[in-house]
Each structure stands twice: as structure tokens, then as C-alpha cells.
Design a protein around this ligand. Structure first.
Ligand code: SAM
Length: 392
């Protein structure tokens, strides 16, 4: 019988259910193969999102836009891509080189940035896209081919970081929140890691010993930096984000890294009152907090600890060039000047998009922009209105 709490969620079609069933079998097989019949939540999230051909981002569901599960800023309005292009155009002549977008979704941000850079006469030779999903890569190519075939020739798809010193601008919008996280629970005298087991009633959560030394170290630091978190406190730790930054530190010779995502500085993330963490799932524009449902058919995300990213950047000998809210960043890039139109209906449409992108208490404030770099002067356009690095 269907759980009444599920009634608000549209039923997946048969094809989607079949993919989800195969993914569940894959996950159950992996759980059964472990000595204790448990896998860390982090591994579960990795499989649920990225198992080849089956995971949420690897299989063929709609994901983005009104037909999908969520709407990102570049899907909301072309003003977002134009604003980012303004920031990129300021830096590219300084840095030289090209653009590298990580996790390009539907491809709409790439299209918007290239079109604006063409208008500004600062097109780079190459716009590289590092994309894990073969399905999304096809969709990105199809979008560029249909909307701007002339620009498609500049786009190259990569499956790994550049293996030689690289100059240019790296862009990642809502990528780090989609990286698998460790879920942890505070108990008397320490921390436990959330694991996933498989039983007669389906997948279930259990708590296990923290065995990974890197996770243990982060939790030891958290005990010092956010002392007094109560027993029963549940949260997430994103180790993959730091690895990702250190990966960039390994090849970036001169350039800028622009990270846009939702999250907080550490002092605002691990608050006693945020005792259930920030993990959220999105299915057909409905948000909920149970990642064990609709496995492979829903997005799973967690907010970003921006202090952890800044620390990883410093460790990798990169500079932290700016940190601010999405609203302040877009205002700094001149979004208001881009939002005028002669046509009244178009003007109303742009005003509505502006509200969504800049909304305090919504996208405008929950989303932050972190700029990292090497051999780039601080004082970037996007942080001219307000630079809040002091919060990190
Ligand atoms: C929420 S979607 C955002 C898509 C797009 N950037 C946008 O704003 O519409 C997350 C994207 O991040 C990608 N992703 C997650 N981890 C990644 C990684 N380590 N390397 C490259 N892409 C990654 C996913 O494949 C997916 O395309």
C-alpha cells in the first residue's frame, strides 16, 4: 500500500521504475558483499547519483527545468550567465587561456556565457566542459548545436582534469552540493557515521564506527571549532569538495575559480539548532529529506561548508579572492544594467527573473559565490559591492 505521505509525489513511469529497480539491486548487491552488511552513506549517495547508466545523474531523466526535479540559476534566467560572463571577461585578458565549466547540466550556462563573451568580443579559443554524465554531455551538445552551431566548435568535453599546467577561468555552479557526503551523528563521547543496510523492509539507516582517518580528523576539528553540539546532532561532511579544490590546485597555473552554490561559512553551518543537517532530496519540484526513497530518481544534495573549501584552497597554495552572496555578486557584475527592455512584457519577465535570482531569504542569499585563484589581482567586479571573506 502506498504511504499517505507519498501521495503528493507523482508516480514515476514504468521505465523510470525499472531503472530504479536495477539500481537498487546494484546497491543491495554491494551491501551484501560487505562483511557487516552496511555501506557508508557516502557510498550510497555516490551510487544513487552516479552509478554508470543507472544513477540519477547518469541515467536519462529530465532533471532540470519545469519538466524535471529542480531549477538552477542558469535555468531560471539568461541574466545569470550574462553576469558571470562579465566577471569572466574581466579576468580572461589577465589570465589568458580558456574556460573550463564543471558539471554543465543542460548546457544552458555554457551557451549563455559564450553568447555574452561573443557580444563583448572576448571569446576564448576553447570552452571545456568536464562532465561525468554521458547522458548530460549529449544533451549539452544537442542544445549548443540547435541554438548556436557557430559556437559549438569552441566547446570540448573532458573526462578528467587537464594533465598539464592550465590558464583560464573555471566555473562550477551547483556542482559541489551534488558531491557524495559523509553523514555523521553525535553520540555521547564521540561521533558515529551513518551507514545504509538492506533488510526485509528495504534499505535502512544504521550508525557505524568512524573508520576513515580523514573523516575522524575533520570531526576532531569540528569538536573544537563547533564545541557544544548536542547528542543526537546529525550533519554532513563533504570530503570530496576539498579533494576537488586540491585537484584544481594541481594544474591551475594562472586563473580564477568561481564556485556558486548554496551553503554557509563553517561558523554558520554547524549550529546547534541545525540538528538534522542540510541533506535534501528533490523530486519533481518537491523537496524532502529521505534519500532512501525513489533511489536514482531523485536528486540528493547537501549544503557547502565554504570555510572548508577556502582552507583546501590555502592548503593548495591558491588565493581566496572573494566571497559573497549570489545577489551581491550579480549586482557587482552589473545585472541591473542588463535587465532593461523596451517591450513591456519582456521588462516584466526580466523583473520576475531578477527577483528570483536576487531574493533575500531565497536564491540571492542562500547561494554564495567563492572566488579562488592564482596570479590574479583581488578586487574583482563581482565582489565590488560587498566582499565577505571575513565570514569564512
Ligand atoms: C545540480 S547539477 C547542476 C548543473 C549545472 N551546473 C546547473 O547549474 O544547471 C550538478 C552537476 O554536477 C555534476 N557533478 C557532480 N560532481 C561532479 C564532479 N566531481 N565532476 C564533474 N561534475 C560533477 C553532475 O554530473 C551534474 O551535472
Amino acid at each position: 500500500m502506498q504511504d499517505p505521505a507519498d501521495l503528493a509525489f507523482p508516480e514515476p513511469d514504468q521505465a523510470a521504475k525499472a531503472v530504479s529497480k536495477r539500481l537498487l539491486e546494484r546497491i543491495r548487491g554491494e551491501i551484501r558483499a560487505t562483511p557487516y552488511g552496511r555501506i557508508p552513506f557516502c557510498r550510497f549517495m555516490d551510487l544513487a547519483l552516479y552509478a554508470p547508466g543507472l544513477g540519477y545523474y547518469s541515467a536519462g531523466s529530465a532533471k532540470f527545468g519545469p519538466e524535471g526535479d529542480f531549477v538552477t540559476a542558469p535555468e531560471t534566467s539568461g541574466l545569470f550567465a550574462r553576469s558571470l560572463a562579465g566577471q569572466i571577461a574581466e579576468v580572461l585578458p589577465m589570465a589568458g587561456g580558456n574556460i573550463l565549466e564543471v558539471g554543465a547540466g543542460s548546457g544552458v550556462l555554457c551557451l549563455g556565457i559564450l553568447e555574452e563573451l561573443e557580444r563583448l568580443d572576448t571569446l576564448p579559443d576553447r570552452y571545456n566542459i568536464l562532465e561525468l554524465s554521458a547522458d548530460l554531455r549529449q544533451r549539452q551538445e544537442a542544445l549548443l548545436k540547435s541554438r548556436s552551431p557557430d559556437l559549438l566548435g569552441r566547446v570540448r568535453w573532458l573526462s578528467a582534469w587537464p594533465d598539464a599546467p592550465w590558464d583560464g577561468v573555471i566555473v562550477a555552479n551547483e556542482v559541489l552540493d551534488a558531491m557524495p557526503v559523509h553523514r555523521v551523528l553525535k553520540i555521547e563521547g564521540g561521533w558515529r557515521e551513518t551507514c545504509v543496510g538492506d533488510g526485509d523492509e528495504g534499505l535502512f539507516f544504521d550508525d557505524c564506527e568512524v573508520t576513515e582517518s580523514r573523516l575522524r580528523k575533520v570531526l576532531d576539528n569540528l569538536d573544537v571549532q563547533a564545541s557544544g553540539l548536542p547528542e543526537g546532532y546529525q550533519t554532513e561532511i563533504n570530503l570530496a569538495g576539498g579533494d576537488w579544490i586540491r585537484g584544481i590546485g594541481g594544474f591551475l597555473r594562472r586563473g580564477l575559480v568561481l564556485i556558486v552554490d548554496y551553503g554557509y561559512p563553517r561558523s554558520e553551518y554547524y549550529l546547534a539548532e541545525r540538528n538534522q543537517g542540510t541533506l535534501m532530496c528533490y523530486y519533481r519540484h518537491r523537496a524532502h529529506d529521505n534519500p532512501l526513497q525513489r533511489v536514482g530518481l531523485q536528486d540528493i544534495t547537501a549544503h557547502i561548508d565554504f570555510t572548508a573549501l577556502a582552507e583546501a584552497a590555502v592548503e593548495a597554495e591558491m588565493d581566496v579572492l572573494g566571497f559573497t552572496t549570489q545577489a551581491q555578486f550579480l549586482l557587482g557584475c552589473g545585472i541591473l544594467d542588463m535587465s532593461t527592455a523596451d517591450d513591456v512584457i519582456e521588462q516584466a519577465r526580466l523583473a520576475q527573473q531578477l527577483r528570483t535570482l536576487l531574493m533575500p531569504g531565497g536564491m540571492g542569499e542562500i547561494f554564495k559565490v567563492l572566488a579562488l585563484g592564482r596570479e590574479i589581482e583581488p578586487g574583482l567586479l563581482g565582489f565590488a559591492v560587498r566582499d565577505e571573506r571575513f565570514r569564512l
